[in-house]
Design a protein around this ligand. Structure first.
Ligand code: SF4
Length: 387
């Protein structure tokens, strides 16, 4: 069986959701997690899986927010992209006398090549993206200079993951510039810090995948500008404003994190043959059916070791993995800083026993951890005494 077959077998009939840059960035926030790596590589719908195993449905984005977001994107991209072009000229200093654009969205490519399966459609879009980027680099004055909904790819644990970029790429003078349109407001010059940092991480994934693409075409990765134009509505209006963010540092970090993603094929080696997620219970499912699916999902997940840590908060499986770490009394439940200090001592009880001398260190590294814990316990006791 190929890795793709094994992943498909593991996913079984569970619903899918295609990986996107936001999901990849979120996965990389929790490095080394075998569970998450396989779930991402097999395109399992994480929100639905999280809802099934925790029993708590994820808050859906309000229809009002979705409509508002769509309206804003349309206002930025209609009229031949007039608004967007003006912002790119102003904020990126690009001289774009005329836009020669190409839409590589699934709908547009399906219209040109009907009858393609989902997988083949992605491959077709990735191939077209590659061809247009090649022309952008070799003949920028004649090539398409504005690519919408490009499809790029990254290697995620040895599995090629296609990324649909809802961003736009401008090519000017042989350089490619990424633009991202977001619908959260910039109020009095300030955007929501959480949304802003998620946007930066997402844009960094786009830049990195485009850098990989241009390198595979024989060009330098510097052909992709790390300065990204983020377009946002100003205050509560639909007036678009542009903010330029340099994501170079994030791209370098992502590159290191991607290189450290565990190999999917090695993880699957440890999964018993035939392990599979159940079908997701439908809306009208009885409580017993939901319970049964939950138990089957937990059983399948138990073969994928989690690596709980601070970066897990954005993962839809967070509550379930946190509960697991608590049940097993793992030091990771206390956060990365404490887990880092405890080194190879993985349970809270073992750490407490070492700190009180109830347990003798088994080796030099445990002795170092014990010494540090004893010193911390003494400092804590002293602080209580004088405090
Ligand atoms: S919450 Fe669980 S599955 Fe998600 S990254 Fe953390 S340990 Fe992995």
């Amino acid at each position: 069986m190929t890795t793709a077959d094994l992943l498909s077998q593991f996913r079984g009939a569970f619903p899918t959701s295609n990986p996107n840059a936001r999901r990849v960035a979120s996965a990389l926030e929790a490095p080394g997690c075998h569970r998450r790596t396989v779930l991402d590589a097999s395109a399992v719908n994480l929100d639905k899986l999280g809802a099934l195993i925790t029993g708590e449905a994820k808050d859906r984005q309000s229809p009002f927010a979705i409509t508002r977001g769509n309206k804003f994107e349309t206002s930025v991209t209609d009229n031949g992209m007039a608004t967007l072009l003006a912002l790119a000229r102003e904020h990126l200093g690009l001289s774009i006398p005329e836009a020669r654009q190409k839409d590589l969205s699934a709908a547009a490519v399906r219209e040109e090549s009907p009858g393609l399966s989902h997988g083949r459609l992605n491959e077709r879009r990735a191939l077209l993206t590659r061809q247009y980027v090649k022309q952008m680099l070799s003949a920028p004055m004649a090539a398409v200079n504005l690519l919408r909904h490009a499809m790029t790819a990254i290697d995620f644990g040895g599995k090629v993951v296609h990324l649909e970029q809802d961003a736009l790429a401008f090519a000017v003078d042989g350089r490619i510039h990424v633009t991202e349109i977001k619908s959260f407001a910039c109020i009095d010059g300030q955007a929501d810090p959480e949304k802003a940092s998620a946007t930066v991480r997402q844009a960094a994934v786009y830049v990195l995948s485009l850098q990989n693409l241009v390198e595979s075409l024989g060009a330098s990765r510097d052909a992709v500008d790390t300065r990204v134009l983020v377009v946002l509505p100003e205050n509560l209006t639909f007036r678009a404003i542009g903010v330029v963010v340099d994501v170079e540092m994030q791209v370098r970090r992502l590159r290191r994190q991607l290189a450290a993603v565990p190999r999917v094929v090695d993880i699957l080696d440890g999964v018993p043959p035939g392990t599979s997620l159940p079908a997701a219970p439908g809306d009208g499912a009885l409580a017993e059916q939901v319970q049964s699916a939950r138990a089957l999902a937990r059983e399948a997940l138990s073969h994928l070791p989690p690596r709980f840590g601070d970066g897990c908060v954005s993962c839809p499986l967070f509550k379930s993995c946190r509960e697991e770490a608590s049940d097993q009394s793992l030091v990771t439940r206390l956060g990365n800083a404490v887990a880092g200090l405890c080194g190879g001592v993985t349970t809270i009880n073992a750490a407490l026993d070492l700190s009180t001398g109830r347990r003798q260190p088994a080796n030099a590294s445990e002795a170092a951890v014990a010494e540090m814990l004893v010193r911390s316990a003494n400092a804590f006791a002293y602080a209580l005494k004088v405090g």
